[in-house]
Design a protein around this ligand. Structure first.
Ligand code: PXP
Length: 243
C-alpha cells in the first residue's frame, strides 16, 4: 500500500504570517526522501493555504506523482490543466468549511462531471473522485470513466472511541471491492492517524492512503521525515499503533 502525503497544512502555517516559511515545497521534498509515494495538495478556490506557485514548483521538482485536489469547477479545471499534475482529485468545496466535508455527489453531478473528466483526460491528467462509501456513487464514477475513487474515511475517523466501527468498516470494504471489480483505482483518506489507520491499511483493494493533518501535526515534534516514516510503518504493520 502506498502513502500519499498531503502538505496543505505546511502552507497553512506559512500563510499565518504571509511570508515564505515554512515552505510546503521543501516539506514535500523531505516527505519524498522519507519514502512518501505521492504528494497531494488541495488548491482551494480561496487559496487559503496552497498557492499556484507551490503547485508549479512541486510539478517541476518532485520525482513522485503529484495529485492536485480541487473543486469540480470550470475555473479549477482551467488552472489545473495548465499545471499538468499526474492526478487530479475532484472534491466538494465550500468556503466556510475547515476541511473537506463528505464525498462529492457524483450521481447528482454526473452530467456536469462527464465533460470535465473528458477535459482532464484530454490533457493526460488522471481523475480520482472523492466519494462516500455508497454503491451508487462508485457505479456512477465508473460509468463516467473516472480512473479512481478515493473513499472518504471521515465517518470512520470521526467515530468516538467507544463506538464500534465494524458496520462502517464493512460498508467501506464492500465498496472497495465494488470499485475494484469496476476497474477503478481505490484510494482512501481523511482524518487518518497512527492510531486509526490500521483497519484501513488492512483493506486489500486500497492501493493508496492520502494523509495530511496528522503527519504535519506530528512533524512539529519529530520532523516531517520521521513523521512520514512512522506512518509508513503503521501502514505496513497495521497492528503496531492501533487503538
Ligand atoms: N483526501 C481528501 C480528498 C482530502 O480533502 C483531505 C483533506 O485535505 C485528505 C485526504 C487528507 O485528510 P487529513 O488532512 O485529515 O489527513
Amino acid at each position: 500500500m502506498r502513502l500519499g502525503v498531503n502538505i496543505d497544512h505546511v502552507a497553512t502555517l506559512r500563510q499565518a504570517r504571509g511570508g515564505h516559511e515554512p515552505d510546503p515545497v521543501t516539506a514535500a521534498l523531505a516527505a519524498q526522501s522519507a519514502g512518501a509515494h505521492s504528494i497531494t495538495v488541495h488548491l482551494r478556490q480561496d487559496r487559503r493555504h496552497i498557492q499556484e506557485r507551490d503547485v508549479r514548483l512541486l510539478k517541476e521538482m518532485l520525482s513522485i506523482p503529484l495529485n492536485v485536489e480541487c473543486a469540480a469547477t470550470p475555473e479549477s479545471l482551467e488552472t489545473v490543466v495548465s499545471m499538468r499534475p499526474l492526478w487530479v482529485t475532484l472534491v466538494p468545496e465550500t468556503r466556510e468549511e475547515l476541511t473537506t466535508q463528505g464525498g462529492l455527489d457524483v450521481a447528482f453531478l454526473q452530467s456536469h462531471l462527464r465533460q470535465m473528466i473528458r477535459d482532464y483526460h484530454a490533457s493526460e491528467i488522471r481523475v480520482s473522485i472523492f466519494v462516500d462509501a455508497v454503491a451508487e456513487q462508485v457505479k456512477t464514477a465508473a460509468k463516467l470513466e473516472a480512473d479512481a475513487v478515493e473513499f472518504n474515511t471521515g465517518p470512520y475517523t470521526d467515530l468516538p472511541l467507544t463506538t464500534n466501527p465494524d458496520s462502517l468498516l464493512a460498508a467501506l470494504k464492500e465498496n472497495c471491492r465494488l470499485a475494484s471489480r469496476l476497474e477503478l483505482g481505490v484510494l482512501a483518506g481523511h482524518g487518518l492517524n497512527l492510531r486509526n489507520v490500521g483497519p484501513i491499511a488492512s483493506v486489500p483493494e486500497i492501493m493508496e492512503l492520502n494523509i495530511g493533518h496528522s503527519i504535519v501535526a506530528r512533524s512539529v515534534f519529530v520532523g516531517i521525515e520521521q513523521a512520514v516514516r512512522e506512518m509508513l510503518k503503521a501502514i505496513r504493520e497495521p497492528d503496531i499503533f492501533s487503538q
